[in-house]
Design a protein around this ligand. Structure first.
Ligand SMILES: Nc1nc2c(ncn2[C@@H]2O[C@H](COP(=O)(O)OP(=O)(O)OP(=O)(O)O)[C@@H](O)[C@H]2O)c(=O)[nH]1
Length: 214
């Protein structure tokens, strides 16, 4: 297994939070903001943590470098693009700013796959988790190509251009998918998250997660 300490972690925080109607990353969960919760979990595992946001002033208190999108208003793939461009290591673990229960062990597992593949993405049946995935820096020209061609492309639109592998969650414990990928998109999700003590508790709910069907 690779040492993630040699790699980068990138938190995407450039979205509109239109369903939440307030910045999701800065919502308080158990005494700290969601983004701080994520940073705290990442910090001992990675060489660097970057935040990708177009409102850097909001994130300066977190004491990690903040970079804007280069392709503006183009959605999360533009965040991945900026992360790939700015990370100073060859491999990055990318996570959405609204996923408070992520697993460093899973990040390590995904990054291990980058020895062979350009991207490693969790998959269950036809669902993918492209915002809890590992991407190699050499994905950059393919991401750029898609962003130059399409308006607000789906993240998965560059997958057919690269050498990608999927981490199969069908073989894992039933609730792991819902636990790890629980994300806070709506006020209802937030209420639920406040009552979960840990990722284990989310096993008792059906998480509305950010999975995309392929
Ligand atoms: N850097 C960057 N990140 C983005 C962009 N759009 C979405 N994200 C991030 O991608 C993740 C998933 O975003 P979504 O929940 O799909 O979108 P959102 O805009 O945050 O929320 P909604 O407006 O409610 O859809 C979150 O971490 C967002 O901050 C973007 O244009 N640039």
């Amino acid at each position: 297994m690779v040492k993630t300490k040699a790699f980068s972690a990138i938190i995407l925080a450039g979205g509109n939070s239109s369903r939440m109607k307030t910045n999701k990353a800065l919502l308080m969960l158990k005494g700290q903001t969601i983004i701080q919760t994520i940073i705290n979990q990442l910090v001992s595992h990675f060489q660097e943590i970057l935040i990708i946001s177009n409102t850097p002033e909001l994130y300066h208190p977190f004491n990690v470098p903040v970079y804007p999108d280069i392709f503006l208003k183009q959605g999360p793939l533009a965040g991945i693009h900026s992360g790939l461009k700015h990370m100073s290591t060859p491999c990055g673990f990318f996570v959405a700013c609204d996923m408070p229960f992520f697993s460093p062990q899973l990040a390590q597992e995904l990054l291990s796959g980058l020895e062979e593949y350009q991207a490693m993405v969790p998959k269950k049946n036809k669902y993918l988790q492209p915002l809890h995935a590992a991407y190699r820096k050499d994905c950059l020209p393919y991401v750029e190509k898609v962003l130059q061609k399409q308006e607000r492309p789906k993240i998965i639109s560059f997958y057919e251009l690269i050498n990608i592998n999927y981490l199969d969650f069908n073989q894992r414990a039933d609730n792991e998918w819902d636990q790890i990928f629980f994300n806070v998109n709506t006020p209802e999700d937030y209420e639920l998250a406040k009552h979960l003590r840990s990722e284990k508790d989310s096993a008792t709910v059906v998480a509305k997660n950010g999975a995309v069907a392929r």
